[in-house]
Design a protein around this ligand. Structure first.
Ligand code: FEO
Ligand code: CA
Ligand code: CA
Ligand code: CA
Length: 678
């Protein structure tokens, strides 16, 4: 009855309508305040951000494209404290930049150089706006929040910051580079997307689309003797002749530029021109101590290498192992979990040597990949040489566990894991341990697959089209995405699970029999779920969107949900008719359709943005959210013509100099001081 009372009080806010306004909109009774935007200085001596493309010193400023984010409490006198609710450190991912044809135009005075070679002066800025920031935030006497410009906790990790390689791939031949001949270190972190928070208070950042920053020259396949590294590079989206997103490799002969050419670039015998393994140093979950300004970040290779999003921990249980759940965000990629060898004890949560606790839980254990079965069950398949399917795989000969974790995608192929509709964030329900994964969309799901990356729908990815606005814009593929959830059959270390589809993204007007399967109304409808987190304070499940299929109707949004549990709904049949008249039928377990009291829209963002990053104070009274890339479709040629910007946020909300749009962190509070989402 107590739980029912609590639930009744949650989600009592009035839902926010869909919106195309260039503004952050929250429910009546709430405030949203901008506190930390691209370029904001992180030291006392760094000049204020002019926001006209002339700013430098990005090593000491907020990076771009704020993404995954976590909050780490401090006592009022600045000591680490899981209970600290008025002062804390935010870990913030700076995933990427708003760019057009090579150049990140908003950080250059004239939009930058959009042809090769790129000038070093521009590339140096771009190298520094990627990565992660640690930034102190605090609640002031007036009740407003602010970031602390001169805090000793402020720190930047960029594409250039030295990091430790830990776990099975440490010291592996695959990690040996010119920079680290013994394969124990690498430089920097890139395309940091989803995030996570360990039970011992460290920040976990996922390296997502790392491959796109590297080039491979034509002829590299031959130069490598067409060995298995070519197979691996092709599987990770770098074929010979592929060009890089920003052309950083073109900016000069210095190591920091040339390293983005993933090849041996000359004929030396001493390894001084050998960058063949550079890309193997990226694509991991990286652990950082938010309270320590000095310790190196650790790349936890045991968790696998792929396009990482969030890293969600199982609810810790004394005497049992911990699981870390993770998705690989690309079309037709896999869902993974890592299970620690070590078992949990309460003392681990408060050990002040936090990265040593990370060593204990995240370097030794077993990586698994998910296989979903149509009957609503599934299995976790071990990815190691203990598994004959991997040991005897005929398309790639795995050498050792290092090879398996560095090439997890190939290991997933070897065991026949289920190819999903782009696994983005995952999150664990604190109430019952069930694990939720957003599957954001997949244009390549098709009832008539024609080319290799296209796949037929299956029970866990059952939608192959989505009618948009009735039937006038029928789109192929699962364009609105869904959220799948699973329940372990016996704790974090289980090898089996049951599952259903909690929610299908859809427009409210879409056909409820084929597309709007969750029967969403206009106060709940969404497309392309991406960010996902459960509040530890309230149990609310926050869902954020990154949407390509609905942005003509509404900007991206955040919704609040109170989900039930696996198996609370029914099986649904989806019947398809192919062009030749033949039929195809899929039956899939679907969760109970949410009432408005169980799912409603909480926030809509400004134009061109994605909503991402969810962090809260432990009392649930302040919720931090990131507005990523407002105005991202603004043309590089128009950077000095504010009238042509797609968005002028946050300047139009009174934040900072200049009118160029900026990614930023906002904090949401309730006017009556209550918990967020009540
Ligand atoms: Fe960076 Fe998959 O979102
Ligand atoms: Ca994402
Ligand atoms: Ca996305
Ligand atoms: Ca984005």
């Amino acid at each position: 009855a107590q739980a029912a009372d609590k639930a009744k009080k949650l989600l009592s806010f009035k839902p926010v309508a869909k919106s195309l306004a260039d503004a952050v909109i929250v429910p009546e009774g709430y405030d949203a305040q901008i506190i930390y935007a691209l370029g904001d200085p992180l030291t006392a001596s760094t000049p204020d951000y002019k926001n006209d493309g002339t700013d430098g010193d990005f090593d000491n400023r907020a990076g771009d494209h704020h993404d995954g984010m976590e909050y780490f409490g401090l006592t009022t006198d600045g000591k680490p404290s899981a209970k600290g609710a008025t002062r804390g450190v935010l870990g913030v991912n700076h995933e990427a930049t708003t760019d057009e044809k090579l150049s990140s135009h908003f950080i250059h005075a004239d939009g930058g150089t959009r042809s090769l070679p790129r000038p070093a002066s521009e590339v140096d800025k771009e190298l520094a706006i990627h990565g992660v920031s640690m930034v102190e935030v605090r609640k002031t006497a007036s009740g407003k929040w602010e970031y602390v410009k001169s805090s000793a906790f402020n720190r930047r990790f960029t594409t250039m910051t030295e990091m430790d390689i830990t776990g099975p791939a440490r010291g592996s031949a695959l990690l040996k580079t010119k920079y680290s001949p013994d394969g124990t270190k690498t430089r920097g972190t890139i395309n940091n997307c989803g995030a996570g928070r360990s039970p011992w208070g460290t920040y976990m950042t996922g390296e997502e689309n790392f491959n796109g920053y590297f080039t491979r020259p034509k002829g590299d396949d031959e130069a490598r003797g067409k060995d298995k590294s070519v197979t691996a590079l092709n599987r990770y989206g770098r074929k010979e002749g592929d060009t890089s997103r920003h052309g950083w490799e073109s900016a000069g002969s210095g190591d920091k530029y040339v390293r983005w050419i993933n090849a041996k670039t000359g004929t030396s015998a001493d390894g001084s021109d050998d960058y063949r393994n550079e890309m193997n140093g990226q694509g991991f979950v990286v652990e950082m101590d938010p309270y320590d300004g000095k310790k190196l970040a650790k790349k936890r290779t045991a968790l696998g290498r792929y396009a990482h999003e969030s890293a969600a921990f199982s609810n810790p249980v004394a005497g049992q192992p911990l699981a870390v759940y993770m998705g690989d965000d690309a079309r037709n990629e896999y869902i993974y979990k890592f299970v620690s060898e070590a078992t949990w004890s309460a003392a681990d949560a408060t050990n002040p040597d936090r990265l040593a606790v990370g060593d204990k839980f995240l370097d030794k254990g077993t990586l698994y990949v998910a296989k979903f079965t149509a009957d609503g069950t599934g299995e976790w398949i071990e990815l190691s040489l203990n598994n004959p399917a991997i040991k005897n795989y005929d398309k790639y000969s795995f050498t050792d566990l290092a090879d398996v974790v560095v090439n997890s995608r190939i290991a997933g192929d070897a065991v026949g894991a289920t190819k999903m509709d782009r696994p983005e964030w995952c999150a664990v329900n604190p109430a019952n341990g069930e694990v939720y994964f957003t599957l954001t969309n997949n244009a390549n799901r098709s009832i008539e697959p024609k080319n290799a990356p296209q796949l037929e729908p299956d029970a866990s990815n059952p939608r192959a089209y989505s009618d948009v606005k009735g039937t006038s814009r029928v789109q192929t593929g699962n364009s609105h995405g869904h959220i799948i959830r699973l329940r372990e059959a016996g704790g974090a270390g289980a090898k089996a699970f049951s599952w259903d589809i909690y929610l299908f993204g859809a427009e409210a007007s879409a056909d409820p029999a084929t597309v709007n399967l969750s029967k969403l109304n206009g106060n709940q409808d969404l497309s392309s779920p991406d960010g996902l987190a459960f509040s530890q304070a309230t149990g609310i499940c926050w869902i954020q969107t990154d949407d390509g299929a609905y942005t003509d109707v509404t900007n991206c949004m955040m919704l609040a949900a109170l989900p039930g549990k696996v198996g609370d709904g029914q099986k649904v049949n989806l019947n398809y008719t192919k062009a030749d008249g033949s039929k195809m039928s899929i039956t899939t377990p679907v969760g109970k359709a949410p009432t408005e009291g169980e799912l409603k829209r909480f926030l809509v963002g400004p134009k061109g943005c994605e909503l991402t990053g969810i962090a809260e104070t432990p009392d649930g009274k302040a919720l931090f959210v990131n507005i990523q890339h407002p105005g991202e479709s603004t043309k590089a040629a128009d950077v000095n013509d504010p009238a042509k910007y797609e968005s002028q946020w946050p300047a139009n909300a009174g934040y900072g100099a200049g009118k160029r749009p900026r990614s930023a962190t906002i904090v949401i509070t309730k006017k009556d001081g209550g918990v967020i989402g009540a």
